[in-house]
Design a protein around this ligand. Structure first.
Ligand SMILES: [Zn+2]
Length: 477
């Protein structure tokens, strides 16, 4: 087990989203996934000041909105001058530790307030809620857009107005009919927004647009090298999914004190990735690293409830080396040496439950990856390599199962099994997710014809599943 890799994993695990999710309810209807019927959405107009450290918010809530209105991560303490419009006049709104109380809203309610984003960033120092990076700021709208307590809601509209020369952009989905953004998910979890002098480059990846925003500090990597690095990984991931998995992505790069990389992905209503890149990391090293591809893989899977995090993380751990091997970014031996050296970390230990109940780092990441490895081999074996996890993941993305939406597990399994034509995913969910089923890993590697000898990967093309192994790495039949 490589120490450096382990520490990077831990860092990533600590950074992943650990909040409860309120959901955009995805209805299963006749084989397609249908979004809820359109509803009146809360609408937010946000003016950003010249220093990008204060947000002035004008909020309109539709009829029937019930308070109190809250902010995530204790953002209420950075609220100022909260006012409610009543009979054409602005009056102070009652604010308590429970949030902003609302009167009945038969015709809708209108509020305005200021949010001290700079102070929040100084106090919280966490980009998942608010952080300063040089003169720039990063924060998700869940921290500064008031919303009903505990409520996901059908979505919201957001327009950001910043003075000339002051950057303000979000990972939310751009509104198709007007300026700004529209989200089809609630405000409990949201993609990130970036304010201030980020160095922004727009990349086209297939039909998708990736906004690469680099923090206004010095890196060993030049911005054009970062762009090439992001483009290479994005195109490799798009090749895997047969399309870039989301239409719009905000990818933020911030410095870290370390010599490596870590990151996290925030979706629901859009898609954003934040990468922490060691300031001294040269482009040659960044391009060999797995973290960026891992985060991009997350874009091609719906956001699930926290207890299913093993399935999201396992998918990214399983898929990332496949993508890089097939794109020629790393040698095939990297794929198999990681499995041979570290795969057993994911097996249940004495006393462990299924992946649904034992949420250790090893079970979440490597246990989840084992689930997908066994699924892939089983599907390929059962169908003579005609179906694989590749098809399952492409099938999910094809019906909107990407990071912008929140799904229930039953819908993931239903689409996966329908795409595969065989209920392998559901079977494995019962045996490895709901029970501590342990695959015979040694036997699996033997049947695939792959082993380690003196630290080197050795292949046996006479093994019964050698064809499966070769197909996984992208070799022609
Ligand atoms: Zn991950």
């Amino acid at each position: 087990m490589r120490r450096e890799l382990t520490e990077a994993w831990r860092c990533l695990f600590a950074a992943r989203v650990v909040r409860a999710y309120l959901t955009l309810v995805v209805a299963w209807a006749g084989g397609t996934l249908a979004a809820p019927a359109p509803a009146a959405l809360p609408s937010f107009g946000v003016d950003v000041n010249a220093r990008a450290d204060t947000l002035s918010v004008d909020a309109v809530f539709p009829a029937g909105t019930v308070g109190p209105l809250v902010l995530e991560d204790g953002g209420e303490r950075f609220l100022r001058d909260v006012q409610l419009q009543q009979a054409g006049h602005w009056v102070p709104a009652p604010v308590s530790h429970q949030g902003v109380r609302l009167p009945p809203c038969p015709q809708g309610c209108r509020l305005r307030y200021r949010f001290l984003l700079g102070q929040a960033a100084q106090a919280l120092e966490d980009p998942q809620s608010a952080a300063a990076v040089g003169d720039a700021l990063v924060s998700p709208p869940s921290l500064w857009l008031l919303h009903p307590a505990g409520g996901g809601g059908p979505g919201y509209r957001l327009s950001l107005n910043a003075p000339e020369g002051v950057g303000a952009l979000c990972g939310l989905q751009p509104s198709p009919e007007r300026d700004g953004y529209v989200s089809t998910a609630g405000l409990r979890v949201t993609p990130l927004c970036a304010f201030g002098p980020w160095r922004v480059r727009l990349l086209q990846v297939d039909a998708a647009q990736v906004a690469l925003a680099v923090a206004p500090v010095a890196f060993a990597m030049a911005d054009e090298d970062m762009e090439a690095w992001v483009a290479e990984a994005s195109r490799a991931v798009a090749a895997y999914y047969h399309r870039f998995p989301v239409d719009h992505l905000l990818l933020l790069v911030v410095p870290s004190g370390g010599r490596g990389l870590s990151g996290f992905t925030l979706g629901e209503g859009g898609a954003s990735i934040l990468l922490r890149l060691g300031s001294s990391v040269p482009s040659t090293r960044a391009r060999k690293d797995w973290v960026l591809t891992h985060e991009l893989m997350h874009l091609g899977f719906p956001t699930l409830w926290r207890k299913h995090q093993w399935m999201e993380e396992g998918m990214a751990v399983f898929g990332e080396p496949l993508v890089r091997v097939r794109a020629g970014m790393v040698d095939e031996a990297v794929l198999w040496s990681e499995w041979l050296e570290q795969g057993a970390l994911g097996l249940p230990r004495a006393g462990d439950g299924g992946l649904e109940t034992t949420h250790t780092w090893a079970r979440t990441y490597w246990g989840g990856a084992l689930f997908w490895l066994v699924a892939d081999v089983t599907l390929r074996e059962r169908t003579g390599n005609a179906r694989s996890v590749d098809d399952v993941l492409r099938g999910l993305v094809a019906v909107g199962g990407n990071a912008t939406s929140h799904w229930e597990m039953r819908d993931v399994l239903r689409v996966a099994d329908a795409t595969a034509g065989t209920p392998v995913l559901t079977e494995l969910f019962h045996s490895m997710g709901e029970a501590p089923g342990a695959p015979d890993l040694e036997g699996l590697f033997h049947r695939l014809g792959v082993s380690l000898r003196d630290g080197k990967v050795v292949y046996d093309d006479t093994a019964p599943l050698a064809g499966v192994r070769r197909a996984m790495a992208g070799h022609p039949p």
